[in-house]
Ligand binder design. Structure first.
Ligand SMILES: *Cc1c(COP(=O)(O)O)cnc(C)c1O
Length: 419
């Protein structure tokens, strides 16, 4: 390998990209007009802009994507003891709100084409649990899932779809924006997302009744009365007018951010063309991701042996082969930040007793105990696709502010792992 020196400035996975003046201008406007509150023009504007951009009828600005998901799950009617089908390979915030409402997440295995919920496994899950009424689906890393197939399964079984579009703002499927496929959908403005407010999130829907309900719940569920009158439990989940100012200033740059993320993805793709790896896949005919994170997956034959415990990992160096652990350690050595694939929910200790459904049925068989199904192959596919992607995949530095020169070095570092 060519010798490089450590990056002087850390190359990050994904950090906020601010622009001269506009975010500050709207923050200052909030300050100058004294709307330092959860009411104000920035919130109204951001809600209007989001609806216009995404193509939904209503949006409600909230304090986070997680709070948006919580109210969506509550609105979908999840009650104590209800099973809810949800994406398995995702960030925990997709799933936790189900538990806030007393629901039981049932994890649905992943497919290889988009790294999202497998519609075949979802159909299987309805065979096993026909009474389930809510499905929570994520578009991971900014890549739309198999929306037509998933929607068809939900419709067939009369289930409500909640779409977690936290990572996929601006991505489209058959020309339609993600965040419009769920009866209730959510986006996030967390600091690492494609555009940010430093924090914040939004609930999206075409139902006026749903939007009104969420607006009410998010502001402590006050009834229409001269005093504080309460008939329901409320939350303090509304977006701040200061945060909304940042989001308002960022929205005009969404497409620019997507363009630069796409360039990053394509540069990796080109740079890795002689390596035994692939980039995170998408349906090139029907979808346009926002390319929030560039990820790669190592071909099976090019994996050196790697074992992961609950908090540490070890691997054996093998000539011509590598593994996520080696690549991530090597990147860190050079002051670049990668990350493992989001560890699937069915593999998390907290969810070890929850059902995990693959395309053949309950992968935890007749017991509800944790059974590790990795590397059991059937019909040429592993039984546990989430685990396989976790095992062989990783997220690459995908920061908008990474220079082409820095990225070329990242590419060389990855290549050197396969020497
Ligand atoms: C970031 C994220 C969330 C949560 O958003 P916050 O605004 O951080 O609460 C939910 N789901 C996924 C998939 C995310 O990546």
């Amino acid at each position: 390998m060519k010798k490089f020196t450590k990056f002087e400035n850390k190359v990050w996975l994904s950090t906020p990209t601010m622009h001269d003046g506009e975010e500050l201008k709207y923050i200052k406007e909030a300050y100058d007009t004294n709307w330092m509150s959860t009411v104000g023009k920035n919130i109204d504007e951001v809600e209007r802009i989001a609806c216009e951009k995404i193509g939904c009828k209503y949006s409600v600005g909230l304090s986070s994507g997680t709070s948006a998901l919580h109210l969506a799950v509550k609105l979908a009617g999840v009650k104590q003891g209800d099973m809810v089908f949800c994406s398995d390979m995702t960030f925990c915030a997709t799933v936790n709100p189900i538990v806030y409402e007393g629901g039981i997440p049932v994890f649905i295995d992943t497919e290889y084409d988009t790294w999202n919920m497998d519609p075949v496994a979802l159909e299987k899950a309805f065979e096993l649990y026909p009474n389930v009424k809510v499905v929570v689906l994520v578009n991971l890393y900014g890549t739309p899932g198999k929306m037509d197939e998933i929607k068809a399964v939900c419709d067939k079984h009369g289930a409500i779809l909640v779409e977690d579009a936290a990572e996929s703002l601006g991505a489209t499927y058959k020309g339609r924006q993600t965040g419009t496929f769920g009866e209730y959908s959510c986006i996030s403005f967390n600091g690492n997302k494609i555009i940010t407010g430093s924090c914040g999130g939004m609930f999206l829907t075409d139902s006026l009744e749903a939007a009104d309900k969420v607006r009410k719940w998010s502001t402590q569920a006050r009834e229409n009365a001269p005093w504080y009158q309460h008939e329901e439990i409320g939350y303090n989940y509304r977006m701040s007018n200061v945060v909304a100012g940042v989001v308002r200033g960022q929205f005009p740059y969404l497409e620019e951010h997507i363009r630069s993320k796409k360039e990053i993805y394509n540069r990796y793709k080109e740079g890795f063309k002689d390596l035994p790896v692939k980039m995170n896949p998408y349906d090139e005919k029907n979808s346009e991701p926002n390319f929030w994170l560039s990820c790669m997956i190592i071909n099976e034959g090019a994996m050196c042996s790697q074992v992961r415990g609950e908090s540490r990992a070890l691997y054996n160096k093998e000539k011509g082969k590598s593994c996520p652990t080696e690549i991530l350690e090597k990147l860190a050595e050079y002051n670049a930040e990668g990350r493992p694939i989001w560890k699937p929910m069915h593999m998390q200790p907290i969810f070890r007793m929850n059902p995990f459904i693959n395309r053949y049925g309950n992968a935890r068989a007749n017991t509800n105990a944790y059974i590790n199904t990795d590397y059991i192959i059937k019909d040429n596919l592993p039984l546990d696709i989430s685990n396989d992607i976790f095992e062989r995949g990783l997220c690459l530095p995908s920061d908008n502010k990474m220079t082409e020169e820095q990225q070329n070095i990242v590419i060389e570092i990855v290549k050197s792992c396969f020497e």
